[in-house]
Structure formats: structure tokens, C-alpha cells
Write a protein of this length. Structure first.
Length: 400
């Protein structure tokens, strides 16, 4: 059987959610997502902040109007448009009308996962963008989604294509989970030793005014150096990759996109292997990564390294901690796009452990951070492989 050209609306229902008023939202209950939260889930990030609706209200809506089911497709249609998300068995949330288009009730002629990957393809993204309306903030009408044309192969081929691409995504998700587990383990140990002060030997260590014996109080600049150096445009090609801070995922110690990134025409600073990159401007506060290669980033990123190598893991986890982002938020300047200046950040108060304890911490933590880097590299390679296969599979260039 040959591939046919058809429209999305021929094979499923394209609709939206019941409209909710602000007064119907609550501080707890069932998560209520907009485009931002769906994009976070698509990236494998945890959704930590969102609105809610009460469970009673959710159940009422479910009975009268229906709620998303496993295999339904949600597509962002306002702001950042055309990002698809397949509703999972572990999901339980509702969503804002106008922000997301809900595609459900698939006929047996269309595999939902196939349509999901079509939206991710260059063709799908281009066609969604073509029907978007507005200038300041683009929006995609439901009627436009219904009439989008795409090539549809026989059902078995759709399923096979989706299986091939899903295998890559499953491996990506597994690596993301491993990164989260390693980060959580490192954070727990940091908190136990350096916040709760339950470090090895604490039972017999004298603590005066909250400072253990042989520890000192100081400021961030006592233990780190901001090592980023300005680089002119002519020297860019001396570096293996560019790293705009806005490509970094929220609060990650190792996930770095390194390929095909177009760097903005802004001032640039260099970083080297093992440098710790810290986002200094909202909305990128406290995005933390460890550089796995030398490269360039925007000057809105601090390039930090430990003054003493044995303190490197302690410094990494200190920068990753909530206390650091809270301090950065407090000292931020500006209104439209708040940012932090190094001359202010360097004065952050720090409780500095003795070198021997920092070295013991490094022995335990550095292998975790190295594993995070390995998983991060695997994610990048898997994404590259998937993105190379995607257009060839969706166009029929590769037979399955």
C-alpha cells in the first residue's frame, strides 16, 4: 500500500479543554498546566511550580466533558508553538484552553505516536508555524490544526516508524532518570555534611556559633575564581563548541547541548574542561553545568572553578544548592531582565570546611558527577541519531 496525503482532522478529534476562570484554580489538588509546563515535561524536567484545580472539580469535568487519556496528544499552540506531548499512564493533570490543543479519539487509521513524531519533524514544525497568527505572541487555531496536511503510510508502517523513534526516546528518558537520581544523591550528601553538619566525625567535633572546629567562615571568592575570559569573534573557531546559557536545562550538573547552536551576537567568555557554568540572568538563574570540553558562552554566565582542586566537588554542589540561588535572587539587579553581577555574587557568605573533609567529599561525589557527564553525552548522541532518522523515516526515504 502506498502513502497518502491526508489531513489530521480526518483521523481524530481536534479540540481543547473546558475553559477555567482564575477563580476556579487553587493552591493544591490536580495540576493545571499551560504550555510552559508541557514543554518542561517534553524536556524531561520536573514540573515543580504550577497552578492547580481541586480534585472534586477535576472529577466533575471528567464526568461532563472528559479529561486526557493515555495516548492522547497535546500540542502547544500559544507562545512556543508546535511542541507535542503524548499523555502517559503516570500523568494526571488538566490544562488551559488556548495554550494547548487536545488531539484524541484516534481512528484505527492513525497511530498517535506517529502523529507525535510528525509534529516534531521539520515538515510538521514548518506547517504549524505557517498557520500561526499574531506577532507579539503566536497562537495556532484549532481549525488550522484540523486541516494540516501530512503524508500517511499504512498503519503497520506507522507503528514500525514510531517504534524505531520511541526506542531512542526511551533510552534518552532512562539517561535523564539516571542523571536525576545521581543529582539527588549528590545533593543529599552535600546537605547532610555541609548544611546539617552530620559529616564524618561530627559527633566528636566541637561546634562554636555554628562553625565546626577547623572550618572557617568566608565569602565565595575565597574558594572560587571566575575564570571566564572575553573572546573576540575572530577567535571563535579555536573552540570546540559554543554554549549559550539559554540552552541549559534547569538545575543540571551535566546536560549540555553542544551541536548546531547559533550563538547570539553578544559578548563571549571562554570556559575549559571542568569549569562550572552558572547562569547569571533570569530566566536562567542557577542553571549549572560542568563543562566537558572547552568552548564559549555568553557573558551572562559565570565561569567558575575552585581555587583548590580538592574543593572542586564541594564548590560544584554549593553552586547547585538552593542557598546559592536564593542569594543570587536577593542580590539581582534590573527589572525587565534581572541579572546578577559578579562583584556582588563573589561576596556570598560561605561556611568553608577543612581541606581533609572536602577531599573525602570529592572522593565520593566526583564519580557521581563524572557519571552524570557520561549520561549527558549519551543523551546528546541519542538525540542526534533520532533527529537524523526522523526526517528520513517520515518521508519514506528509509523503508521499514
Amino acid at each position: 500500500m502506498s502513502w497518502v496525503t491526508t489531513t489530521i482532522g480526518e483521523h481524530c478529534t481536534v479540540t481543547s479543554s473546558k475553559r477555567f476562570h482564575l477563580s476556579e484554580r487553587s493552591s493544591s489538588g490536580i495540576p493545571f498546566y499551560c504550555s510552559k509546563e508541557i514543554i518542561q515535561k517534553c524536556k524531561g524536567e520536573e514540573v515543580n511550580e504550577c497552578d492547580y484545580i481541586s480534585e472534586d472539580f477535576y472529577n466533575e469535568v471528567a464526568e461532563k466533558y472528559g479529561v486526557p487519556q493515555v495516548g492522547d496528544l497535546l500540542v502547544t499552540t500559544r507562545g512556543t508553538i508546535g511542541i507535542p506531548y503524548l499523555y502517559q499512564i503516570s500523568d494526571k493533570f488538566y490544562f488551559a484552553d488556548g495554550n494547548l490543543t487536545w488531539i484524541k479519539d484516534f481512528k484505527d487509521t492513525l497511530v498517535p505516536r506517529y502523529l507525535y513524531y510528525w509534529f516534531l519533524s521539520h515538515e510538521g514544525q514548518k506547517k504549524v508555524d505557517a498557520i500561526a497568527k499574531g506577532t507579539a505572541q503566536k497562537a495556532v487555531p484549532i481549525a488550522g490544526i484540523k486541516t494540516l496536511e501530512f503524508k500517511l503510510p499504512p498503519y503497520d508502517i506507522q507503528r514500525h516508524i514510531a517504534d524505531i523513534l520511541s526506542a531512542h526516546d526511551n533510552l534518552i528518558e532512562n539517561n535523564q532518570k539516571q542523571i536525576r537520581l545521581l543529582e539527588e544523591a549528590a545533593q543529599r550528601l552535600y546537605k547532610e555534611w555541609f548544611v546539617d553538619l552530620h559529616f564524618p566525625g561530627y559527633e566528636t567535633t566541637s561546634i562554636v556559633d555554628g562553625v565546626p572546629e577547623e572550618w572557617t567562615t568566608g565569602i565565595l571568592e575565597d574558594i572560587v575564581v571566575n575564570s571566564g575570559k572575553s573572546v573576540n569573534k575572530e577567535s571563535r573557531m579555536d573552540y570546540n563548541y559554543y554554549l549559550p546559557i539559554d540552552c541549559l536545562p534547569k538545575k543540571s550538573l551535566g546536560y549540555v547541548e553542544t551541536n548546531d547552536i547559533e550563538l547570539a551576537e553578544s559578548s563571549l567568555v571562554s570556559f575549559d574542561i571542568g569549569d562550572i557554568l552558572f547562569g547569571a540572568m533570569r530566566p536562567y538563574f542557577h542553571k549549572v553545568v560542568i563543562a566537558r570540553d572547552k568552548g564559549l558562552t555568553r557573558s551572562t554566565c559565570f565561569v567558575i572553578n575552585a581555587r583548590i582542586q580538592k574543593m572542586w566537588s564541594f564548590v560544584s554542589m554549593l553552586l547547585f544548592s538552593n542557598a546559592t540561588v536564593d542569594y543570587a535572587t536577593q542580590i539581582s539587579v534590573g527589572t525587565t531582565m534581572p541579572y546578577v553581577r559578579w562583584k556582588d555574587m563573589r561576596n556570598m557568605p560561605v561556611l568553608i570546611p577543612d581541606i581533609g573533609l572536602a577531599e573525602k567529599f570529592d572522593v565520593l561525589i566526583k564519580p557521581m558527577l563524572d557519571k552524570i557527564g557520561i549520561h549527558a553525552k549519551q543523551i546528546i548522541e541519542l538525540k542526534q541519531a533520532r533527529d537524523c532518522l526522523l526526517p528520513k523515516l517520515m518521508s519514506g526515504e528509509i523503508e521499514v
